[in-house]
Write a protein that binds this ligand. Structure first.
Ligand SMILES: [Zn+2]
Length: 142
């Protein structure tokens, strides 16, 4: 069964997300800032990460960098999706971020679930491979 880590500092949104994904049978871990999320990733090596961008201590961009720069493949290659209310259209960081999908809040639950299930089916993959785009090919909805 897939293990999903959700990094989200807003308590209400986090509770909704945890419930939505638990209903599908996933094991859901939750962290309320980027640093706590990264510690949980190192400890539990989840199959999938869904992260907010604006968070205390360590934000989502920093968390993504930390994941993608980690020496262990079972951290570095984890599929990562972003769910944010902060991103503005044309934010250059969205284009260069090594993420599989970017979704804006509020995001319909069925789109969230479909995106995450597609990423689970694809599994770990390398965002640094020069000859290979992210196989998810999920459009950035910004
Ligand atoms: Zn990807």
């Amino acid at each position: 069964m897939a293990v999903l880590l959700i990094a989200e500092d807003d308590e209400d949104i986090a509770l909704v997300l945890v419930r939505v994904f638990k209903r599908t049978g996933m094991t859901v871990l939750r962290a309320s800032d980027g640093r706590a999320a990264f510690d949980a990733i190192l400890e539990h090596r989840p199959d999938l990460v869904l992260t907010d961008l604006g968070m205390p201590v360590m934000d989502g961009w920093e968390l993504i960098e930390a994941i993608r720069n980690h020496p262990d493949d079972d951290v570095r290659l984890i599929p990562v999706a972003v769910l944010s209310g902060h991103l503005r259209p044309g934010d250059p960081r969205a284009g260069s971020a090594r993420v599989c999908a970017i979704m804006l809040k509020p995001c319909p639950n069925d789109q969230l679930l479909a995106t995450m299930e597609e990423l689970i089916s694809i599994g770990p993959h390398d965002h640094d491979a020069a000859d290979k785009r992210c196989p998810a090919d999920v459009p950035v909805s910004v």
